[in-house]
Design a protein around this ligand. Structure first.
Ligand SMILES: Nc1ncnc2c1ncn2[C@@H]1O[C@H](COP(=O)(O)OP(=O)(O)OP(=O)(O)O)[C@@H](O)[C@H]1O
Length: 234
């Protein structure tokens, strides 16, 4: 049977010949040196590589936090590498979900308010925000913690809140930056299992990690070296 030809919209992300070059006086640092990669919808990737290999640079570009020196970045088929700062911030709010090593929750807000915060900026009504926050809290197993504040939660629970918040806008993909970096190994397993469950339910996940024990739970692994893709596994 011939495989169906993929259309640009079948990919969450396509990177085409991406370069990020920093000029340091007369020297050039090629943080990304011609990276091309397709991230299918519904895939779960780990991006790995030694220090200085370009992981953070890749993460910043994937997260629309920075622009490439050259090359194209297609998000669900749309070239976002040509957008200005305001347009990129709009893309982040509407289409991306971020999970950080340090959770980045707002301490003054309750679990419910933290989860719903992006929806406030997206203009959802109070009722819509509450309903969505409740269903996402349930999805991550925190429906009995909605009135708590982040300091009243364990690290694993805080990361669950952050994951629920990242899902609030139903993003094209979840971008996770060392999501288990601040957690003990048992809690790390719970978080990675939650990410696996979300992926099995169809969510595309791209996770940057330097921990092979965590990366092995992704379905695909991309290894960076000297700003290039060294190999892809899975
Ligand atoms: N703003 C910058 N100006 C100049 N060089 C930079 C800048 N940001 C990154 N680099 C360089 O680009 C290369 C890739 O850096 P990057 O931070 O992406 O690596 P990394 O794989 O994330 O490393 P780590 O695991 O240590 O965080 C490095 O050589 C780094 O020194």
């Amino acid at each position: 049977m011939t495989e169906a030809i993929k259309q640009p919209g079948d990919y969450a992300v396509q990177l085409v010949d991406l370069y990020k070059i920093y000029k340091m006086g007369t020297q050039e640092v090629r943080a990304l040196d011609g990276v091309s990669a397709d991230f299918d919808k519904g895939s779960f990737w780990a991006i790995m590589g030694p220090s200085g290999s370009g992981k953070s640079t890749m993460l910043n570009l994937l997260g629309c936090l920075d622009r490439p020196t050259s090359g194209s970045y297609y998000l669900s088929g749309r070239d976002v590498s040509i957008l200005d700062d305001n347009e990129l911030s709009d893309i982040r709010l509407k289409y991306l979900g971020f999970i950080f090593q340090s959770f980045n929750l707002i301490p003054q807000l309750t679990v419910e308010e933290n989860i719903a915060l992006p929806l406030y900026y997206l203009g959802w009504s109070a009722k819509e925000r509450t309903d969505r926050a409740h269903s996402l809290a349930k999805l991550v197993g925190l429906e009995d913690r909605l009135r708590h504040r982040p300091t009243e939660l364990s690290g694993g629970q805080q990361q669950r809140v952050a994951i629920a918040r990242a899902l609030s806008n139903d993003p094209v993909f979840l971008l996770a930056d060392e999501p288990t970096g601040n957690l003990d190994s048992a809690t790390s397993m719970e978080i990675i299992e939650l990410l696996q469950k979300l992926n099995q339910e169809g969510k595309t996940i791209i996770m940057v990690t330097h921990e092979p024990d965590i990366a092995k739970f992704a379905r695909k692994r991309l290894y960076m070296r000297d700003g290039k893709i060294q190999k892809v596994e899975g």
